[in-house]
Design a protein around this ligand. Structure first.
Ligand code: GLV
Length: 315
């Protein structure tokens, strides 16, 4: 092998092929290798200059001695924030595409609750006509923890329903999408005011365990927690305690400390817990390819890459 090479890695072989097919090289400079298993990736990793990947096996990073740039296929890059990835390697993430997916997920499940979907569908199955007022999002308060592009898109959608939106960020800097933004040190004050709390922060050393027993206790006993970020941001044991003690309205969880969620996990059992298998912001080759191709052009022209990760910050 003499040519420069791009290693495309996705644990689903069809997806890996699709990502590889959509790579547009301005000049035919690179061999492109699509791999779906660690064994296949091992054949190419030592030669790869660019890694375009998802769920890449951490241990193989040690062998990637020629690597110059990693384009993560998703938003969260915590799997690449490891000592095995040398500092000289540029790391970029995906931004600007997941907001609409995740806003529909979040608002959809909020409406699932307020529209009493389960109740009316159960009544329908029994052919029973029995009125009960729905609840309303209008006038309710949504607290978005993390106001990156995903958090702000969710905030805009919630406002379209007439919700009051509060935000929580490191800086507390005001944004147009939220009525008020709290600093993370005032997290509990923001949580206490909310009917729905949505987590959209990246997993970093500062956000790991951010929502623990004290934060859950600060929430209204009727409030719902929606986690579309990473499981480890919530202390799962504390969440279980709150749910068992009926101290929380419920939870919509797309992410978990351990994925897939083990079949014996107690979270499966709650009527007021919705479990989805990490699908709220899907990466699709068609949406990610333009971003990769743009960055590839920049890389070749030695121009700054878009969505470069600050390793210290963690996103
Ligand atoms: C999905 O979880 C992502 O990080 O894009």
């Amino acid at each position: 092998m003499t040519a420069r090479s791009i290693l495309v890695y996705h644990p689903d072989a069809g997806e890996a092929e699709a990502y590889a097919r959509l790579i547009k090289q301005p000049r035919p400079l690179f061999d492109v290798h699509a791999c779906a298993t660690p064994a296949a990736a091992e054949l190419y990793v030592a030669h790869a200059e660019i890694l375009y990947g998802w769920d890449f096996p951490r241990e193989l990073l040690r062998e990637a001695t020629r690597l110059r740039w990693v384009q993560n296929m998703g938003a969260g890059v915590e799997r690449f924030l490891v000592p095995e990835l040398p500092k000289r390697v540029a790391l970029t993430r995906v931004a600007g595409v997941f907001g609409p997916w995740m806003a529909e997920y979040v608002l959809g499940w909020c409406l699932w609750f307020t529209q009493r979907t389960e109740l009316f569908r159960a009544q329908q199955r029994e052919r029973r006509w029995s009125q009960a007022d729905p609840l309303r999002l209008f006038g309710g308060t949504l607290c978005v923890v993390g106001l990156g592009d995903i958090g702000r898109t969710i905030a805009r959608s919630a406002r379209a329903f007439g919700m009051r939106v509060l935000g929580v960020t490191q800086s507390g800097r005001k944004v147009a999408e939220a009525a008020r933004v709290y600093r993370v040190r005032d997290l509990k004050t923001a949580l206490a005011a909310a009917d729905f709390v949505v987590l959209t922060v990246p997993l970093t050393e500062t956000t790991r365990g951010l929502i623990g027993a004290a934060e859950l206790a600060a929430m209204k006993p009727s409030a719902w927690l929606v986690n579309v970020a990473r499981g480890a941001i919530v202390d799962e044991a504390a969440l279980l305690e709150s749910l068992w003690g009926n101290r929380l309205g419920g939870a919509v969880l797309d992410v978990f400390a351990e994925e897939p969620l083990p079949s014996g996990h107690p979270l499966w059992e709650f009527e007021n817990v919705v479990i989805t298998p990490h699908i709220s912001g899907p990466s699709t080759p068609g949406e990610i390819a333009p971003l990769f191709n743009d960055n590839l052009r920049r890389y070749l022209a030695r121009r700054p890459l878009r969505f470069l990760v600050d390793r210290k910050r963690g996103y």
